[in-house]
Design a binder for this molecule. Structure first.
Ligand code: SF4
Length: 323
């Protein structure tokens, strides 16, 4: 099916001062040449350890963090170089749900005003029609519309995240970035929110970028998964393929760390040696070579290409060329 979102060679660098006495400026290469697409109605899971750049990818697609270079296409239109008026219009189709509803919802605003805000910014007048719309949005996410006159602190964590989702839905978006939407919630509440997100996707035809470090949650919600390491995507595939046959040594290590519910299945945990290197001076060649147990001579010299191995499975590893 059609691509709703396409990212090409996205780079997001943050300049920082070199040392304490240094006047040189260095770049934190948070996202360093990332390309992927998301088809209409699909969920792409974006996984990786904290600091790998996944949240920055999500924010820069929405232009909340300005990209350094690359292309961000929404239905074929590049958001990076389009003018402000066009950007504002296109951005209505793209929303975000943040990780922590406690810090993303203004505690001094009534819930009805939080949900109504995007509508008012886009020209809707206060009045009955707006109230009806807010009530309908609250109902859609499973909240009691008669609670619209309360403040966020009067709700539980899960309910607050529902308020965040209602707000994100206000302008009828086509695409939503879900940035760790359940990781601040209790496990029992997590699945309710995930079910709700799934139901909304089905009913409203939404397309998701689902950012998470939790592979079990990602497996549940995603059609395809992309794995990030140190500012790059190292592997992406259909969810079942990725979990059944991970090809990149980093993906293999990540998956081996998932606890298996059935103790008779013996999977060996792959322990990664060393720390994640700094994104200021990422390792030459394959960025993962400092920690890879399969590394070869070529690995610290030549950067592996992100190769299409068929069936929407892409891998950036020199081992693939040897197969
Ligand atoms: Fe390991 Fe080399 Fe593959 Fe990188 S390219 S993941 S170092 S085998």
């Amino acid at each position: 099916s059609e691509k709703l979102i396409e990212i090409k060679d996205l780079k997001v660098y943050f300049p920082i001062q070199g040392g304490i006495f240094s006047r040189t400026v260095e770049n934190v290469k948070a996202v360093d040449g990332v390309s992927f697409y998301i088809k209409k109605g699909e969920t792409l899971g974006l996984v990786g350890e904290s600091g790998c750049g996944k949240t920055t990818v999500g924010r820069s697609i929405l232009m909340l963090t300005p990209p350094t270079s690359g292309e961000v296409l929404f239905e074929g239109t590049d958001l990076i170089c389009c003018n402000r008026a066009d950007l504002r219009k296109l951005r209505q189709n793209m929303q975000i749900v943040f990780q922590d509803p406690n810090s993303s919802l203004n505690p001094r605003m009534l819930v009805k005003d939080i949900v109504a805000e995007p509508l008012i910014i886009n020209g809707m007048k206060k009045g009955e029609e707006l109230d009806r719309k807010v009530a309908q949005l609250l109902e859609t996410v499973g909240l009691n519309p008669t609670h619209a006159n309360r403040y966020p602190h009067e709700f539980s964590g899960g309910q607050r995240q529902r308020i965040g989702i209602a707000r994100a839905l206000a302008l009828n978006p086509k695409f939503i970035v879900l940035d760790e939407p359940t990781s601040s919630l209790d496990v029992s509440v997590q699945s309710q929110i995930l079910n709700k997100l799934e139901e909304l996707q089905r009913d409203l035809g939404l397309t998701y970028l689902f950012i998470s470090h939790n592979l079990i949650v990602v497996k549940y919600l995603s059609d395809r998964v992309a794995v990030m390491y140190l500012g790059k995507i190292v592997e992406s595939a259909k969810t079942d393929d990725l979990f059944a046959e991970p090809m990149h040594p980093y993906t293999q290590a990540l998956l081996s760390a998932i606890p298996v519910p059935d103790p008779s299945i013996k999977t060996k945990r792959i322990i990664l040696e060393g720390d994640v290197p700094t994104p200021i001076n990422p390792p030459k060649g394959c960025r993962f070579h400092t920690r890879c147990r399969h590394r070869m001579d070529i690995c610290d010299k030549v950067e592996p290409e992100f190769k299409d191995i068929g069936g929407e499975h892409f891998v950036a590893c020199h081992l693939i060329d040897k197969k």
